[in-house]
Write a protein that binds this ligand. Structure first.
Ligand SMILES: [Zn+2]
Length: 140
């Protein structure tokens, strides 16, 4: 298989190697391959295909990283049709943007992916709920 060269912080390499050892992977390449597969199939969930979804997305980044805040604002404008609300808060030394979206899986996954791709973003989390399931009791 082809060999690729990837640059990453030394601390991340150390964590990859420790994870490989702890979980009996053959090495860091296997961990990176598994991580890539997981990322690329993250939104392959039949429950959400062709559904109208509510999504809550949170983004954490260091206070003072203006290029991050600028890019988050750009994305808010680019995805305005999908965003029901947006709130900017501060927790400890972090800026936190919380987005509520109403859209489909493709639009929300694209938005999450673009946020993750911003250099120096610390954390991007999300939850998805099909609109039709809201308020329904789940009987066994
Ligand atoms: Zn802020």
């Amino acid at each position: 298989m082809p060999v690729v060269s990837v640059s990453m912080p030394a601390e991340l390499i150390d964590r990859l190697d420790a994870h490989a050892t702890e979980h009996d992977y053959t090495g860091r390449s296997e961990v990176v391959r598994e991580s890539a597969r997981t990322l690329l199939t993250e939104f392959d969930d039949e429950r959400f295909v062709d559904e109208s979804l509510a999504g809550v997305v949170t983004v954490f980044y260091d206070f003072g990283t203006q290029h991050v805040e600028r890019r988050v604002t750009e994305l808010r404008h680019e995805h305005d049709a999908d965003i029901a609300s947006n709130d900017h808060s501060h927790v400890a030394d972090y800026c936190v943007d919380c987005f509520v979206l109403e859209s489909d899986l493709e639009a929300i996954s694209t938005f999450v992916g673009k946020l993750r791709a911003i250099e120096d973003v610390e954390t991007v989390d999300y939850s998805l709920v099909p609109l039709e399931s809201i308020g329904q009791l789940q009987d066994a």
